[in-house]
Design a protein around this ligand. Structure first.
Ligand code: NAP
Ligand code: ZN
Ligand code: ZN
Length: 346
């Protein structure tokens, strides 16, 4: 199948228009016309090889919302015309315990990423969502509720689930105090979800101008961290803090803000190790944890939750020719709060 998209041809180079092919439908595949594709900071990390060697040409994009255009002969879960989402992985082994439990992102054999990796045949390079068409096995796609705007839905497929999953796992809700570090693509979904789940929600941001937006998203408190000294006088009463920052920050400053048995979850992937001192962990029996996106059942649960609560991402819709500027603005923390590419313009 002929596809039009945008690709990085070489690490650190600008993205350019790129024509390529995807497989024709297998019996259990669906094809979709992509409507919108979100720009995740992980796309930028990989295009710039900030996580190590990558595969080029690379068509990034793992926040995909579209409309089913064709279904294979054995497809039961989707019909032509359905609103469909695709996230960070397109396959997994299906046999290991995490896969059987619907936690495909933790597949012991490794999930098959939507791009910058090989499909399970070990030789086909997976190409992502900055394109106009997609093909995927029906078991790795999800249904999008009818009431949600597709542009605002695209970022839910990575940014949304990546914050929803730890909030659910660590029981964010009434009576809990939750902190979100960084009000970017991930963080703004964290603020919306934590507030919708009924938790007292605090946003930590190094951008003072984001306060009104954070409050409009449901945050109760907004703490400006431009001068990290402010964290020394912030009370240590948080049950849960989620770090979504894409850059290297001192997480020790935030570990100290956890109350007894509180948990700090690492979500941002700056590509450098964090440093933590033992006394800060021991004092208060604190936990340092990590969390990665979410499995297919939870992805569907999150979208249904969004449908019920009318939650979507705040987006800036752009044309493909703006992708390179969008990368620069994302790195500069200058996006409100996710760039989404209009895929019909590829
Ligand atoms: P983003 O939109 O660029 O947001 C990151 C936010 O971090 C910025 O908006 C900014 O918020 C804050 N920040 C950036 N530079 C900073 C600095 N130098 N000092 C302090 N704060 C800074 O990125 P994203 O798409 O949300 O992704 C965030 C991170 O999560 C990336 O590293 C990405 O790779 C990773 N990620 C992880 C998973 C997972 O499964 N764990 C999934 C997707 C993405 P303020 O302006 O409010 O300070
Ligand atoms: Zn992502
Ligand atoms: Zn598996």
């Amino acid at each position: 199948m002929k596809v039009k998209g945008y690709a990085v041809l070489e690490a650190n180079k600008d993205l350019v228009s790129f024509d390529f092919e995807r497989r024709e439908l297998r019996s259990d595949d669906i094809a979709l016309d992509i409507s919108f594709a979100g720009i995740c900071h992980s796309d930028i990390h990989q295009a710039r090889e900030e996580w190590g060697p990558a595969i080029f040409p690379m068509v990034p994009g793992h926040e995909i919302a579209g409309i089913v255009s064709a279904v294979g002969s054995d497809v039961t879960k989707f019909a032509v015309g359905d609103r469909v989402g695709v996230g960070v992985f397109i396959d997994s082994c299906r046999k290991c315990q995490p896969c059987k439990d619907g936690l495909q992102q933790y597949c012991t054999d490794g999930m098959t990423g939507t791009y910058n990796g090989y499909e399970r045949d070990g030789k086909t390079v997976a190409q992502g969502g900055y394109s106009n068409k997609f093909v995927i096995n029906q078991d790795y796609a999800v249904q999008i509720p009818a009431n949600l705007d597709l542009a605002g839905v695209a970022p839910l497929l990575c940014a949304g689930i990546t914050l929803y999953s730890p909030l659910k796992n660590w029981n964010a809700g009434p009576g809990k105090k939750v902190g979100i570090i960084g009000l970017g693509g991930l963080g703004h979904m964290g603020a919306k979800f934590a507030a919708a789940l009924g938790a007292h929600t605090t946003v930590f941001s190094h951008s003072p101008n984001k306060e009104a937006d954070a409050k409009a998203m449901g945050a109760h408190d907004f703490i400006v961290t431009k001068d990290p000294e402010v964290l020394k006088t912030t009370p240590a009463d948080f049950d849960l803090i989620l770090n979504t920052v894409s850059a290297d920050i001192n997480i020790e400053d935030y570990l100290r803000l956890l109350k007894l048995d509180g948990t700090l979850v690492v979500i941002g992937l700056p590509g450098k190790p964090y440093s933590v001192s033992a006394p800060t962990l021991l004092n208060g029996r604190r936990s340092l944890a990590g969390s990665m996106i979410g499995g297919i059942p939870q992805l569907q649960e999150m979208l249904n939750f969004c449908g019920e609560h009318n939650i979507v991402s705040d987006v800036e819709v752009i044309e493909p020719s703006y992708i390179n500027q969008a990368y620069e603005r994302t790195v500069a923390s200058d996006v409100k709060y996710r760039f989404v590419i209009e895929a019909s313009k590829f």
